[in-house]
Design a protein around this ligand. Structure first.
Ligand code: NDP
Length: 277
């Protein structure tokens, strides 16, 4: 599956939406100087810039007190020039991630991490949903991979990838199994999967002998190694699977593109063009 090509298509759709909606703003808050987070935030800005969105780049020192971070979130919540707002994680240890992420106004919460958006997803009345699971669903749709009645296995249960992924697949009428670090005999589950989503961060965890012939394998994992970025899925899977997403060039570009699409959605919510559920 070519995530790069599909992401290009999504960006084209977003650029048209931006033209239609007029000025659109995406704000990011980065606390501290984690180099990986810095790269992610910079890429988000580059993408937003390319589709004509305005960027609001807020950076705070690592030792910023929680109240000051919350005050900045409040300021951006109230700012009419900000459609989408995200707080880059991980946050420094002294900050409570739940408190800070929960303080984002739900209509602007493009990462879908407020209790409101997470709850809406749980109830099947989606508001904002994280860009990575949205990107995976878009890949499945684009490549016409049937989900209704399919057996889907998600490896990983984080709030940002695994859990929302499982819920979206369930909404798409797949029969979903969620595996994690305490799962006994992982292969027993993965071998059954028509759709396998690996979102772990352990290079090569999923090998050819763990995958059903003709299945679709989505590799969300990204680990930085000396040889470059590697996913959770071993090369040997390509011989068996009908579809597999490469790393890089699969889910990564889709995540970036879907964040832009979510910012468009946020703008529609805020302008009353789309009712927030
Ligand atoms: P987390 O570390 O939050 O979650 C990892 C999950 O994998 C946990 O649920 C953990 O289980 C599970 N796990 C760990 N080891 C094993 C194992 N040996 N067998 C089965 N399950 C295991 O990571 P994220 O969800 O944030 O990200 C997952 C991966 O996806 C990372 O590599 C990350 O870099 C990448 N990523 C890629 C994105 C993209 O755009 N392509 C976007 C976001 C993330 P437990 O809950 O029991 O600890």
């Amino acid at each position: 599956m070519d995530g790069k090509a599909l992401a290009e298509k999504v960006r084209g759709e977003v650029a048209k939406d931006v033209e239609e909606l007029g000025s659109l703003g995406l704000a990011t808050i980065l606390v501290g100087d984690d180099p990986a987070s810095d790269v992610y935030v910079s890429l988000k800005h580059k993408d937003a810039n390319e589709v004509g969105m305005r960027l609001i780049d807020k950076r705070l020192p690592a030792n910023t007190p929680e109240d000051d971070v919350l005050a900045l979130v409040e300021e951006l919540n109230a700012d009419d020039g900000v459609d989408g707002l995200l707080v880059q994680t991980p946050l420094p240890d002294h900050l409570d991630e739940f408190t800070i992420l929960s303080s984002v106004r739900p209509e602007k919460d493009v990462d879908g991490l407020t209790p409101q958006n997470a709850g809406l997803l749980y109830l099947g009345r989606n508001g904002h949903v994280g860009a990575t699971p949205l990107g995976v669903m878009r890949l499945l749709t684009e490549y016409r991979v049937p989900t209704a009645g399919a057996r889907a296995v998600v490896v990983g249960r984080s709030p940002i990838v695994g859990k929302p992924m499982a819920l979206l697949l369930l909404q798409a009428n797949a029969t979903v199994t969620v595996c994690h670090s305490r799962t006994d005999d992982l292969a027993r589950h993965t071998l059954d999967a028509d759709i396998l989503v690996a979102a772990v961060g352990v290079p090569g965890l999923i090998t050819g002998d763990m995958v059903k012939a003709g299945s679709t394998v989505i590799d969300v994992g990204i680990t930085r190694t000396d040889a470059g970025l590697v996913g959770d899925v071993d090369q040997s899977v390509a011989e068996l699977a009908a579809y597999v997403t490469p790393v890089p060039g699969g889910v990564g570009p889709m995540t970036r593109a879907m964040l832009l699409a979510s910012t468009v959605k946020a703008a529609r919510y805020r302008r009353g063009l789309l009712p927030f559920p």
